[in-house]
Design a protein around this ligand. Structure first.
Ligand SMILES: [Zn+2]
Length: 123
């Protein structure tokens, strides 16, 4: 687990203050390698390349977390929108949001996650 002062300013802004990185700027938007995406703050396994898909939104998108036990879903009504926030259950880092416009054949969910909150470990 990293301490807040060890986080990069961008990671601190997103993970600790609920910010959002600019679309198409994140490291993992177009990453197609096989592996696991861990929490950049605490190292918990969050997402797998198996469920990553190209959503065209500019953020890494997944149909499912590795384990629903590893994430917490919270109602978020900021910015006048009703959204569901995705938070790392282990360390409380804000990761992104989940929407209902994912691929229907994979359950219809789209976990829209900020690259900066993820740490990719290649298989
Ligand atoms: Zn975490």
């Amino acid at each position: 687990m990293k301490k807040d002062e060890e986080l990069s300013p961008e990671l601190r802004r997103v993970a600790r203050e609920g910010g959002t990185e600019m679309p198409f700027t994140g490291t993992y938007v177009n990453n197609h390698e096989n592996g696991t995406y861990k929490c950049a703050v605490c190292g918990a396994e969050l997402f797998s390349s198996d469920t990553k898909f190209d959503s065209g939104t500019g953020w890494p998108s997944f149909t499912d977390p590795v384990n629903l036990e590893h994430v917490e879903l919270k109602q978020d009504t900021s910015l006048g929108m009703a959204r569901t926030e995705v938070v790392c259950k282990t360390c409380g880092a804000h990761l992104g949001h989940v929407f209902d416009d994912g691929p229907a054949e994979a359950g219809g969910k789209r976990y829209c996650i900020n690259s900066v909150c993820l740490d990719f470990k290649k298989k």
